[in-house]
Design a protein around this ligand. Sequence first.
Ligand code: PLP
Length: 426
Amino acid sequence: MTAIDDAATATSDWLRRYDAAVAPVLPSYFDVIADRALGSWVWDVDGRRYLDLGSGIAVTNTGHRHPHVVTAIHDQVDRLLHTSVVLKHQPYIRAAEAIAGLAPFLDQPQVFLCNSGAEAVDGAIKLARRTTGKPGIMAFRRGFHGRTLAATTLTTAKASYQEGYAPLLPGVHIAPYCITGATSPHPTDAAAVDAALGDLDRMLATEAAPETLAAMIVEPVLGEGGYIVPPVAWLRGLRQRCDEHGILLVFDEVQCGFGRTGRPFAAEAFGVAPDVVLFAKGVASGLPLAGIIAGADLMAQWPNGSHGSTFGGNPVSCAAAVATIEVLAAEDCYTRALEIGARTMARLRALGAEAVVEVRGIGAMIGVELRDKATAEAVQARCLADGVLVLTCGPDGNVLRLIPPLTITDAELDHGLDILCAALGG
Ligand SMILES: Cc1ncc(COP(=O)(O)O)c(C=O)c1O
Protein backbone atom coordinates (compact mmCIF):
# COMPACT_ATOMS: atom_id res chain seq x y z
CA MET A 1 0.00 0.00 0.00
CA THR A 2 1.79 3.15 -1.16
CA ALA A 3 0.44 6.60 -0.41
CA ILE A 4 2.22 8.33 -3.25
CA ASP A 5 3.32 6.52 -6.40
CA ASP A 6 5.12 9.30 -8.20
CA ALA A 7 8.73 8.10 -8.45
CA ALA A 8 10.04 11.65 -8.07
CA THR A 9 8.57 12.30 -4.62
CA ALA A 10 10.61 12.49 -1.44
CA THR A 11 8.57 9.53 -0.19
CA SER A 12 9.65 7.24 -3.02
CA ASP A 13 13.27 8.22 -2.53
CA TRP A 14 13.13 7.55 1.22
CA LEU A 15 11.32 4.25 0.63
CA ARG A 16 14.14 3.10 -1.67
CA ARG A 17 16.66 3.95 1.04
CA TYR A 18 14.47 2.24 3.67
CA ASP A 19 14.32 -0.96 1.64
CA ALA A 20 18.09 -0.97 1.19
CA ALA A 21 19.06 -0.17 4.79
CA VAL A 22 16.31 -1.48 7.09
CA ALA A 23 16.01 -5.15 8.02
CA PRO A 24 12.95 -6.42 6.17
CA VAL A 25 11.73 -8.34 9.25
CA LEU A 26 10.32 -5.07 10.64
CA PRO A 27 6.62 -4.74 9.80
CA SER A 28 4.97 -1.40 9.05
CA TYR A 29 1.39 -0.48 8.27
CA PHE A 30 1.91 2.20 5.67
CA ASP A 31 4.53 3.31 3.16
CA VAL A 32 4.40 6.81 4.58
CA ILE A 33 7.60 8.54 5.72
CA ALA A 34 6.63 10.66 8.72
CA ASP A 35 8.29 14.04 8.98
CA ARG A 36 6.56 15.82 11.86
CA ALA A 37 3.42 15.59 13.96
CA LEU A 38 1.30 17.73 16.24
CA GLY A 39 -1.83 16.90 18.21
CA SER A 40 -3.97 14.51 16.16
CA TRP A 41 -2.05 15.08 12.91
CA VAL A 42 1.03 13.69 11.18
CA TRP A 43 2.74 15.20 8.10
CA ASP A 44 4.85 13.16 5.69
CA VAL A 45 8.00 14.20 3.85
CA ASP A 46 5.90 15.33 0.88
CA GLY A 47 3.84 17.64 3.10
CA ARG A 48 0.75 15.42 3.08
CA ARG A 49 -1.28 15.59 6.28
CA TYR A 50 -2.91 12.58 7.99
CA LEU A 51 -5.38 12.42 10.86
CA ASP A 52 -4.00 9.82 13.26
CA LEU A 53 -6.76 7.54 14.53
CA GLY A 54 -4.19 4.98 15.71
CA SER A 55 -1.99 7.06 18.05
CA GLY A 56 1.11 5.10 16.99
CA ILE A 57 -0.66 2.00 18.35
CA ALA A 58 -2.12 3.50 21.54
CA VAL A 59 0.99 5.48 22.47
CA THR A 60 0.28 9.17 21.85
CA ASN A 61 -2.75 9.28 24.17
CA THR A 62 -2.01 12.96 24.89
CA GLY A 63 -1.62 13.65 21.16
CA HIS A 64 1.63 14.17 19.28
CA ARG A 65 4.05 16.55 20.97
CA HIS A 66 1.73 17.91 23.63
CA PRO A 67 3.35 21.22 24.68
CA HIS A 68 3.44 20.29 28.38
CA VAL A 69 5.19 16.99 27.60
CA VAL A 70 7.59 18.61 25.11
CA THR A 71 8.58 21.29 27.65
CA ALA A 72 9.24 18.64 30.30
CA ILE A 73 11.41 16.69 27.84
CA HIS A 74 13.39 19.80 26.86
CA ASP A 75 13.95 20.76 30.50
CA GLN A 76 15.15 17.26 31.34
CA VAL A 77 17.45 17.05 28.28
CA ASP A 78 19.20 20.15 29.57
CA ARG A 79 19.77 18.64 33.06
CA LEU A 80 20.52 14.91 33.00
CA LEU A 81 20.31 12.17 30.32
CA HIS A 82 21.51 9.00 31.96
CA THR A 83 22.56 7.35 35.20
CA SER A 84 21.68 3.66 34.70
CA VAL A 85 21.67 1.94 38.09
CA VAL A 86 24.85 3.74 39.11
CA LEU A 87 22.97 6.68 40.60
CA LYS A 88 19.36 7.27 41.58
CA HIS A 89 17.60 10.27 40.01
CA GLN A 90 14.63 12.56 40.68
CA PRO A 91 12.62 11.88 37.50
CA TYR A 92 12.59 8.11 38.29
CA ILE A 93 11.27 8.81 41.78
CA ARG A 94 8.68 11.30 40.50
CA ALA A 95 7.56 8.94 37.73
CA ALA A 96 7.30 5.97 40.11
CA GLU A 97 5.20 8.06 42.51
CA ALA A 98 2.94 9.34 39.73
CA ILE A 99 2.44 5.89 38.17
CA ALA A 100 1.83 4.26 41.57
CA GLY A 101 -0.82 6.93 42.16
CA LEU A 102 -2.77 5.56 39.18
CA ALA A 103 -3.13 2.14 40.81
CA PRO A 104 -5.24 2.73 43.95
CA PHE A 105 -6.45 -0.89 43.76
CA LEU A 106 -2.99 -2.09 44.86
CA ASP A 107 -1.78 -1.92 48.46
CA GLN A 108 1.20 0.49 48.63
CA PRO A 109 2.05 0.18 44.95
CA GLN A 110 5.70 0.23 43.90
CA VAL A 111 7.08 0.54 40.38
CA PHE A 112 9.90 -1.06 38.39
CA LEU A 113 10.77 0.73 35.12
CA CYS A 114 12.07 -0.76 31.88
CA ASN A 115 11.95 0.12 28.18
CA SER A 116 9.25 -1.84 26.38
CA GLY A 117 6.07 -3.78 26.96
CA ALA A 118 7.73 -7.10 26.14
CA GLU A 119 10.44 -6.36 28.67
CA ALA A 120 7.77 -5.67 31.29
CA VAL A 121 6.15 -9.04 30.47
CA ASP A 122 9.48 -10.86 30.81
CA GLY A 123 10.07 -9.02 34.09
CA ALA A 124 6.66 -10.09 35.38
CA ILE A 125 7.42 -13.73 34.59
CA LYS A 126 10.67 -13.42 36.55
CA LEU A 127 8.90 -11.63 39.42
CA ALA A 128 6.23 -14.32 39.57
CA ARG A 129 8.63 -17.25 39.39
CA ARG A 130 11.06 -15.77 41.87
CA THR A 131 8.45 -14.78 44.47
CA THR A 132 6.18 -17.83 44.27
CA GLY A 133 8.92 -20.41 43.66
CA LYS A 134 6.68 -21.94 40.98
CA PRO A 135 7.53 -22.25 37.26
CA GLY A 136 4.21 -22.24 35.39
CA ILE A 137 2.54 -19.35 33.57
CA MET A 138 -1.04 -19.34 32.27
CA ALA A 139 -1.73 -17.02 29.35
CA PHE A 140 -4.80 -16.69 27.14
CA ARG A 141 -5.53 -17.50 23.50
CA ARG A 142 -5.35 -14.56 21.09
CA GLY A 143 -3.26 -12.60 23.57
CA PHE A 144 -0.36 -10.40 22.46
CA HIS A 145 2.44 -9.76 24.94
CA GLY A 146 5.44 -8.76 22.82
CA ARG A 147 8.39 -9.94 20.79
CA THR A 148 11.04 -11.18 23.23
CA LEU A 149 11.24 -14.96 23.40
CA ALA A 150 9.36 -15.22 26.70
CA ALA A 151 6.67 -12.75 25.63
CA THR A 152 6.43 -14.51 22.26
CA THR A 153 5.67 -17.75 24.10
CA LEU A 154 2.63 -16.06 25.65
CA THR A 155 1.58 -14.54 22.33
CA THR A 156 -1.03 -16.38 20.28
CA ALA A 157 -2.80 -13.42 18.64
CA LYS A 158 -1.65 -14.80 15.27
CA ALA A 159 0.06 -18.11 14.54
CA SER A 160 2.85 -16.27 12.71
CA TYR A 161 4.16 -14.66 15.90
CA GLN A 162 5.54 -18.00 17.14
CA GLU A 163 6.28 -19.62 13.79
CA GLY A 164 9.86 -20.84 13.47
CA TYR A 165 10.93 -19.80 16.99
CA ALA A 166 10.60 -23.11 18.84
CA PRO A 167 11.67 -24.19 21.37
CA LEU A 168 9.81 -21.51 23.28
CA LEU A 169 9.72 -20.95 27.04
CA PRO A 170 8.77 -24.12 28.95
CA GLY A 171 6.00 -24.04 31.56
CA VAL A 172 3.58 -21.86 29.60
CA HIS A 173 -0.06 -22.92 29.17
CA ILE A 174 -2.66 -21.20 27.01
CA ALA A 175 -6.33 -21.16 28.09
CA PRO A 176 -9.23 -19.73 26.08
CA TYR A 177 -9.92 -15.98 26.28
CA CYS A 178 -13.57 -15.14 26.94
CA ILE A 179 -14.88 -14.04 23.54
CA THR A 180 -18.35 -12.53 23.50
CA GLY A 181 -20.53 -10.78 20.94
CA ALA A 182 -21.21 -11.43 17.27
CA THR A 183 -18.15 -13.61 16.72
CA SER A 184 -18.58 -15.75 19.84
CA PRO A 185 -19.87 -19.31 19.53
CA HIS A 186 -21.86 -18.61 22.71
CA PRO A 187 -25.26 -16.89 22.60
CA THR A 188 -24.84 -14.83 25.78
CA ASP A 189 -22.05 -13.31 27.86
CA ALA A 190 -22.96 -15.65 30.73
CA ALA A 191 -22.58 -18.71 28.47
CA ALA A 192 -19.23 -17.42 27.18
CA VAL A 193 -17.97 -16.87 30.75
CA ASP A 194 -19.10 -20.37 31.79
CA ALA A 195 -17.38 -21.92 28.79
CA ALA A 196 -14.10 -20.04 29.25
CA LEU A 197 -13.93 -20.67 33.01
CA GLY A 198 -15.00 -24.29 32.48
CA ASP A 199 -12.11 -24.82 30.02
CA LEU A 200 -9.72 -23.11 32.42
CA ASP A 201 -10.86 -25.34 35.29
CA ARG A 202 -10.37 -28.45 33.15
CA MET A 203 -6.83 -27.30 32.36
CA LEU A 204 -6.14 -26.65 36.06
CA ALA A 205 -7.41 -30.15 36.82
CA THR A 206 -5.32 -31.84 34.13
CA GLU A 207 -2.38 -30.30 32.27
CA ALA A 208 -1.66 -27.15 34.36
CA ALA A 209 -1.80 -28.08 38.04
CA PRO A 210 -2.42 -24.88 40.06
CA GLU A 211 0.35 -25.73 42.52
CA THR A 212 2.82 -25.38 39.62
CA LEU A 213 1.48 -22.00 38.42
CA ALA A 214 3.21 -18.76 39.36
CA ALA A 215 0.95 -16.38 37.42
CA MET A 216 -1.95 -15.88 35.08
CA ILE A 217 -1.05 -13.11 32.61
CA VAL A 218 -4.00 -11.60 30.79
CA GLU A 219 -4.90 -8.54 28.75
CA PRO A 220 -8.02 -7.17 30.48
CA VAL A 221 -9.03 -5.88 27.04
CA LEU A 222 -7.81 -8.02 24.16
CA GLY A 223 -5.71 -5.75 21.93
CA GLU A 224 -3.85 -7.16 18.92
CA GLY A 225 -6.11 -10.22 19.18
CA GLY A 226 -9.12 -8.20 18.00
CA TYR A 227 -10.21 -5.48 20.44
CA ILE A 228 -12.51 -7.61 22.53
CA VAL A 229 -13.88 -6.48 25.90
CA PRO A 230 -14.46 -9.51 28.11
CA PRO A 231 -17.28 -9.67 30.68
CA VAL A 232 -16.25 -8.55 34.18
CA ALA A 233 -17.48 -11.92 35.48
CA TRP A 234 -14.68 -13.68 33.58
CA LEU A 235 -11.99 -11.42 35.04
CA ARG A 236 -13.53 -11.97 38.48
CA GLY A 237 -13.41 -15.70 37.81
CA LEU A 238 -9.69 -15.45 37.10
CA ARG A 239 -9.19 -13.42 40.31
CA GLN A 240 -11.10 -16.04 42.30
CA ARG A 241 -9.02 -18.94 40.94
CA CYS A 242 -5.76 -17.06 41.54
CA ASP A 243 -6.82 -16.36 45.14
CA GLU A 244 -7.81 -19.96 45.68
CA HIS A 245 -4.51 -21.37 44.44
CA GLY A 246 -1.94 -18.71 45.39
CA ILE A 247 -1.36 -17.67 41.77
CA LEU A 248 -0.47 -14.05 40.89
CA LEU A 249 -2.96 -12.31 38.62
CA VAL A 250 -1.06 -10.08 36.17
CA PHE A 251 -2.90 -7.58 33.98
CA ASP A 252 -1.00 -6.70 30.82
CA GLU A 253 -2.26 -3.13 30.35
CA VAL A 254 0.41 -2.22 27.82
CA GLN A 255 -2.23 -1.33 25.20
CA CYS A 256 -5.32 -0.58 27.31
CA GLY A 257 -3.62 1.47 30.04
CA PHE A 258 -3.12 5.21 30.50
CA GLY A 259 -6.64 6.41 30.04
CA ARG A 260 -7.90 4.37 27.10
CA THR A 261 -10.70 2.69 29.05
CA GLY A 262 -11.88 5.87 30.76
CA ARG A 263 -9.76 5.16 33.84
CA PRO A 264 -5.96 5.19 34.17
CA PHE A 265 -6.00 1.39 34.15
CA ALA A 266 -8.63 -1.09 32.98
CA ALA A 267 -8.35 -2.83 36.37
CA GLU A 268 -10.14 0.18 37.83
CA ALA A 269 -12.60 0.43 34.95
CA PHE A 270 -13.60 -3.22 35.56
CA GLY A 271 -13.34 -3.09 39.36
CA VAL A 272 -11.08 -6.17 39.41
CA ALA A 273 -7.77 -5.81 41.27
CA PRO A 274 -4.82 -7.79 39.87
CA ASP A 275 -1.63 -8.39 41.87
CA VAL A 276 0.57 -6.92 39.15
CA VAL A 277 -0.03 -4.38 36.37
CA LEU A 278 2.20 -4.06 33.30
CA PHE A 279 2.31 -0.84 31.34
CA ALA A 280 4.19 0.76 28.42
CA LYS A 281 2.95 2.56 25.27
CA GLY A 282 0.88 5.52 26.55
CA VAL A 283 2.93 6.18 29.69
CA ALA A 284 5.41 8.65 28.19
CA SER A 285 3.61 10.00 25.08
CA GLY A 286 6.09 8.40 22.68
CA LEU A 287 9.34 8.10 24.61
CA PRO A 288 10.38 4.55 25.45
CA LEU A 289 9.24 3.60 28.93
CA ALA A 290 7.45 0.60 30.43
CA GLY A 291 7.17 -1.10 33.74
CA ILE A 292 5.70 -3.27 36.42
CA ILE A 293 3.51 -2.15 39.33
CA ALA A 294 2.83 -4.37 42.34
CA GLY A 295 2.07 -3.96 46.02
CA ALA A 296 5.02 -3.33 48.34
CA ASP A 297 4.60 -6.75 50.03
CA LEU A 298 5.11 -8.58 46.75
CA MET A 299 7.91 -6.29 45.54
CA ALA A 300 9.72 -6.85 48.86
CA GLN A 301 9.98 -10.55 48.02
CA TRP A 302 11.85 -9.84 44.75
CA PRO A 303 15.46 -9.77 45.93
CA ASN A 304 17.51 -6.66 45.29
CA GLY A 305 19.64 -7.07 42.17
CA SER A 306 17.73 -10.06 40.80
CA HIS A 307 16.36 -7.88 37.98
CA GLY A 308 17.43 -4.58 36.44
CA SER A 309 17.89 -2.51 33.30
CA THR A 310 20.58 -0.18 31.91
CA PHE A 311 18.22 2.23 30.16
CA GLY A 312 14.97 1.46 32.01
CA GLY A 313 13.67 4.58 33.73
CA ASN A 314 15.80 6.91 31.66
CA PRO A 315 15.50 10.47 33.07
CA VAL A 316 14.01 11.95 29.88
CA SER A 317 11.40 9.20 29.52
CA CYS A 318 10.53 9.58 33.21
CA ALA A 319 10.09 13.35 32.85
CA ALA A 320 7.81 12.71 29.86
CA ALA A 321 5.80 10.21 31.93
CA VAL A 322 5.23 12.65 34.79
CA ALA A 323 4.11 15.32 32.29
CA THR A 324 1.88 12.81 30.48
CA ILE A 325 0.13 11.85 33.70
CA GLU A 326 -0.32 15.54 34.52
CA VAL A 327 -1.93 16.15 31.11
CA LEU A 328 -4.22 13.12 31.44
CA ALA A 329 -5.54 14.52 34.73
CA ALA A 330 -5.54 18.25 33.88
CA GLU A 331 -7.43 17.74 30.61
CA ASP A 332 -9.59 14.97 32.08
CA CYS A 333 -8.64 12.62 29.28
CA TYR A 334 -10.40 9.87 31.24
CA THR A 335 -13.84 11.38 30.74
CA ARG A 336 -12.84 12.35 27.21
CA ALA A 337 -12.01 8.69 26.41
CA LEU A 338 -15.60 7.77 27.29
CA GLU A 339 -16.99 10.61 25.16
CA ILE A 340 -14.81 9.66 22.18
CA GLY A 341 -15.89 6.04 22.48
CA ALA A 342 -19.60 6.85 22.79
CA ARG A 343 -19.49 9.29 19.83
CA THR A 344 -17.56 6.86 17.64
CA MET A 345 -19.61 3.78 18.43
CA ALA A 346 -22.94 5.61 18.04
CA ARG A 347 -21.89 6.88 14.60
CA LEU A 348 -20.60 3.52 13.37
CA ARG A 349 -23.55 1.56 14.73
CA ALA A 350 -26.02 3.96 13.14
CA LEU A 351 -24.25 3.57 9.80
CA GLY A 352 -25.56 0.03 9.38
CA ALA A 353 -22.90 -0.71 6.73
CA GLU A 354 -23.21 -4.18 5.28
CA ALA A 355 -19.47 -4.86 5.68
CA VAL A 356 -19.62 -4.31 9.46
CA VAL A 357 -20.12 -7.44 11.56
CA GLU A 358 -19.78 -5.72 14.95
CA VAL A 359 -18.81 -2.44 16.59
CA ARG A 360 -17.47 -2.96 20.13
CA GLY A 361 -15.20 -1.32 22.63
CA ILE A 362 -14.53 0.35 25.93
CA GLY A 363 -13.63 4.02 26.21
CA ALA A 364 -11.54 5.19 23.27
CA MET A 365 -10.57 1.64 22.30
CA ILE A 366 -12.99 0.64 19.58
CA GLY A 367 -12.97 -2.45 17.39
CA VAL A 368 -14.91 -2.58 14.14
CA GLU A 369 -15.07 -6.17 12.96
CA LEU A 370 -15.52 -6.41 9.19
CA ARG A 371 -16.56 -9.42 7.17
CA ASP A 372 -13.02 -10.22 5.98
CA LYS A 373 -9.43 -9.06 5.70
CA ALA A 374 -9.75 -7.89 2.10
CA THR A 375 -12.56 -5.53 3.11
CA ALA A 376 -10.55 -4.22 6.07
CA GLU A 377 -7.54 -3.58 3.82
CA ALA A 378 -9.68 -1.83 1.21
CA VAL A 379 -11.26 0.43 3.86
CA GLN A 380 -7.84 1.16 5.33
CA ALA A 381 -6.40 2.03 1.90
CA ARG A 382 -9.32 4.33 1.11
CA CYS A 383 -8.91 6.11 4.47
CA LEU A 384 -5.18 6.49 3.84
CA ALA A 385 -5.82 7.97 0.41
CA ASP A 386 -8.20 10.43 2.08
CA GLY A 387 -5.64 11.33 4.75
CA VAL A 388 -6.77 9.23 7.73
CA LEU A 389 -4.65 6.58 9.47
CA VAL A 390 -6.70 3.58 10.61
CA LEU A 391 -5.06 0.46 12.05
CA THR A 392 -6.22 -3.15 11.88
CA CYS A 393 -5.88 -6.11 14.24
CA GLY A 394 -7.29 -9.56 14.98
CA PRO A 395 -6.08 -13.04 14.05
CA ASP A 396 -7.75 -12.70 10.64
CA GLY A 397 -6.74 -9.07 10.08
CA ASN A 398 -10.38 -8.06 9.64
CA VAL A 399 -10.85 -5.74 12.63
CA LEU A 400 -10.34 -1.98 12.36
CA ARG A 401 -9.17 -0.56 15.66
CA LEU A 402 -9.87 3.06 16.43
CA ILE A 403 -7.56 4.43 19.12
CA PRO A 404 -7.42 8.19 18.55
CA PRO A 405 -5.50 10.53 20.83
CA LEU A 406 -7.56 11.32 23.95
CA THR A 407 -7.00 15.00 23.11
CA ILE A 408 -8.74 14.76 19.72
CA THR A 409 -11.44 17.42 19.19
CA ASP A 410 -14.99 16.54 18.17
CA ALA A 411 -14.41 18.29 14.82
CA GLU A 412 -11.30 16.19 14.14
CA LEU A 413 -13.01 12.99 15.21
CA ASP A 414 -16.04 13.74 13.05
CA HIS A 415 -13.77 14.46 10.08
CA GLY A 416 -12.10 11.05 10.56
CA LEU A 417 -15.44 9.31 10.98
CA ASP A 418 -16.84 10.99 7.84
CA ILE A 419 -13.99 9.51 5.84
CA LEU A 420 -14.18 6.13 7.56
CA CYS A 421 -17.95 5.90 7.08
CA ALA A 422 -17.60 6.79 3.40
CA ALA A 423 -14.95 4.07 3.05
CA LEU A 424 -17.26 1.59 4.78
CA GLY A 425 -19.90 2.43 2.23
CA GLY A 426 -22.26 4.23 4.57
C1 PLP B 1 -0.90 -5.95 25.40
C2 PLP B 1 0.51 -5.79 24.93
N1 PLP B 1 1.51 -6.30 25.66
C3 PLP B 1 2.79 -6.16 25.28
C4 PLP B 1 3.12 -5.51 24.11
C5 PLP B 1 4.56 -5.38 23.71
O1 PLP B 1 4.96 -4.06 23.87
P1 PLP B 1 6.31 -3.55 23.19
O2 PLP B 1 6.07 -3.52 21.72
O3 PLP B 1 6.53 -2.19 23.79
O4 PLP B 1 7.37 -4.52 23.57
C6 PLP B 1 2.11 -4.97 23.31
C7 PLP B 1 2.44 -4.28 22.05
O5 PLP B 1 1.61 -4.04 21.21
C8 PLP B 1 0.76 -5.11 23.73
O6 PLP B 1 -0.25 -4.63 23.00
